[in-house]
Design a protein around this ligand. Structure first.
Ligand SMILES: Nc1ncnc2c1ncn2[C@@H]1O[C@H](COP(=O)(O)OP(=O)(O)OP(=O)(O)O)[C@@H](O)[C@H]1O
Length: 566
């Protein structure tokens, strides 16, 4: 288990997720009612069974058989309809809850800083968004309805048993505390193992995800066997946890069954004595025995639910941990939305240290970038250049000092309007699985086909795109598979063109490209940056050459006075 994963009570988990059932509660209630109706039908069936035994079977009177038999058949059909409706409504509510919960958690993740994802294992996050969410669904919706129905049935049939014969009923009830004690013992142990199982599930997904994402490195260094062993080791631990849960589960049913049999035998002994003394009819005893299965069934179900719920709680803990891990950067209550900025960017005495870092990444940094100016930021690795980019996009807020756009502190702007005004082109061009058209259009939700082609022409991408068999409709893989590094970067420039933001942050746009590819990028970059305030982070002298000004950063500080480019 994650050391940070809190151990939550069932009630706390429930309270946390219950609000998400808001739109489905009446359907859940309707489903529960239908299942209760089915239980009521079953009690009528039991009564009819007792009637048939006493009035027809014992005396061999066929005429007395038909009416109770007809009622019995009728309630059986009705019960079937109720079960169908009840189970469908419950499942429907559960699925809708699942959809809402996944959307909520995903929405939360989308608002966390990219740094959060660098610190976490992607595979583990994926497991939380899929398998763990699934367990919460089982816990909140189906678990709840089953619990209510089973509880109702148990109480209902217990009342009915008391009405039929209170002495036998009281003897039968002895089983309840025994069930409860057995269940508590099992649930606690299953809970521990389930927690381990969920964490291992996250590990396995993470290993698979890391491995598939880095398959080229794995193969290039001949590490396939090592990777297989890693997965096998995690899988073996998972197997151990699963078998342990299976053993506990398999043990639970027989233990409960033995306890139940002892109680049934006790009740039958008491019943035989009552029949012998003439205080009870044979039909009464048989009817009572049938009732017992209806009481013990829901009681067992409640016990199993308790076990299932404790397993599901561990999944819930992992979701809650994600939701509480970090508050996403949020808009200030009085944040204003900036329309289109002129692009005046100012950093004044900005200092920032990453959480848990010993020294600041940016230290008393001051710079004033005029609208339309192209400023290159250069310096040694680790000097703090990319941190400036992250602060400009407000992935973090400075610890001290202010960053402003058009004179407004970034913290006073809505995140949406800030990021509409500041476009980012990164070192590693991030592509989505889709067509080139989709990847360029990602820059703006309202981009037309004309905008996309114009942007591609300006980015010098139109030529190579039209030479592809499917042109703009060519599907490129998640990592831009099928395009060269330079081509990917030109698609990224086209994307930034489409975004048409007045401020651009370019973080090492030519890193990893050869001289020729860099040369081919210069013109598109000039077109992209023309008339836009640009902060261009680069080591490349060919790029600093096109800047209006070059800033050298060392240890998070400005290393030399601002001036004309080198
Ligand atoms: N997420 C992080 N958590 C903690 N420290 C970080 C984090 N990211 C960067 N740092 C540290 O902050 C400092 C500045 O990092 P930054 O990425 O801004 O450097 P850079 O100048 O862009 O380097 P490069 O040219 O290698 O990309 C470095 O000392 C780095 O180790």
């Amino acid at each position: 288990m994650d050391s940070t994963t809190p151990v939550l009570s069932t009630r706390a988990v429930f309270r946390r997720f219950w609000p998400l059932t808001r739109h489905d509660r009446r359907w859940l209630a309707a489903g529960g009612l239908l299942l209760v109706g089915a239980a009521a039908c079953d009690s009528v069936a039991v009564t009819m069974f007792a009637t048939i035994v006493d009035s027809s079977l014992k005396s061999g009177d066929l005429a007395a058989f038909w009416l109770p038999a007809g009622v019995w058949a009728g309630v059986a059909v009705l019960s079937g309809l109720f079960v169908f409706g009840g189970e469908y409504l419950t499942a429907r509510s559960g699925e809708r809850f699942l959809l809402r919960l996944r959307t909520k958690v995903f929405g939360h993740l989308q608002r966390l800083t990219p740094d959060f994802f660098e610190r976490r294992r992607l595979g583990d996050l994926i497991a939380r968004l899929t398998d763990d969410i699934d367990t919460v669904e089982r816990f909140v919706s189906s678990g709840l309805v089953q619990a209510v129905t089973a509880l109702f049935s148990a109480v209902f049939f217990a009342g009915y048993a008391l009405y039929l014969n209170w002495e036998l009923a009281l003897a039968a009830f002895v089983v309840a505390p025994i069930f409860a004690a057995i269940t508590r013992r099992f649930a606690r142990r299953i809970n521990d193992r389930s927690r381990e199982r969920r964490a291992l599930n996250g590990d396995i997904t993470a290993i698979i995800e890391e491995n598939l994402a880095n398959v080229a490195v794995v193969q290039a260094y001949n590490r396939q066997e090592t990777e297989e062993k890693r997965l096998l080791a995690a899988g073996t631990r998972m197997l151990g946890a699963n078998l342990s849960i299976a053993r506990l589960g398999a043990c639970y049913a027989p233990v409960v069954h033995i306890a139940e049999t002892a109680c049934v035998l006790g009740v039958v002994a008491l019943g035989t004595w009552e029949v012998a003394t003439g205080r009870l009819s044979l039909g009464g005893v048989l009817g009572f025995a049938a009732i017992l299965t209806y009481i013990y069934g829901p009681l067992q179900q409640l016990g199993q639910l308790r076990v299932m719920v404790s397993a599901a709680t561990t999944g819930s803990e992992r979701i809650v941990e994600l939701l509480d891990a970090e508050p996403p950067l949020a808009d200030a209550p009085d944040a204003c939305a900036l329309a289109r900025a002129t692009g005046h960017v100012r950093l004044r005495s900005v200092s920032f240290a990453y959480p848990e870092a010993i020294r600041p990444a940016i230290d008393q940094f001051t710079v004033d970038v005029r609208p339309g100016e192209l400023v290159a930021v250069t310096g040694a690795s680790g000097a703090g250049k990319s941190t400036i980019a992250k602060l400009l996009l407000r992935f973090y807020d400075p610890d001290t000092g202010t960053i402003s756009l058009d004179g407004v502190d970034l913290r006073r702007l809505t995140l949406e309007s800030l990021r509409r005004n500041v476009a980012l082109v990164q070192q590693e061009t991030l592509m989505f699985h889709g067509t080139i058209r989709d990847n360029i259009a990602y820059g703006s939700a309202t981009a037309t086909d004309r905008d996309i082609v114009d942007a591609a022409i300006a980015a010098d991408a139109h030529g190579f795109v039209t030479e592809l068999a499917n042109g703009y409709d060519t599907v490129i893989g998640q990592h831009g598979h099928g395009l060269s590094g330079g081509q990917r970067q030109r698609v990224a420039i086209a994307r930034a063109m489409v975004a048409n933001a007045p401020v651009l942050v370019l973080d090492e746009p030519t890193a990893g490209l050869d001289a020729e590819a860099v040369d081919r990028l210069i013109k598109p970059l000039r077109r992209l940056t023309a008339g836009r305030t640009t902060i261009l982070i680069t080591h490349d002298p060919r790029l600093t050459a096109i800047a209006d000004r070059v800033l050298v950063v060392a240890d998070g500080r400005l290393a030399q006075p601002q001036g004309a480019h080198q």
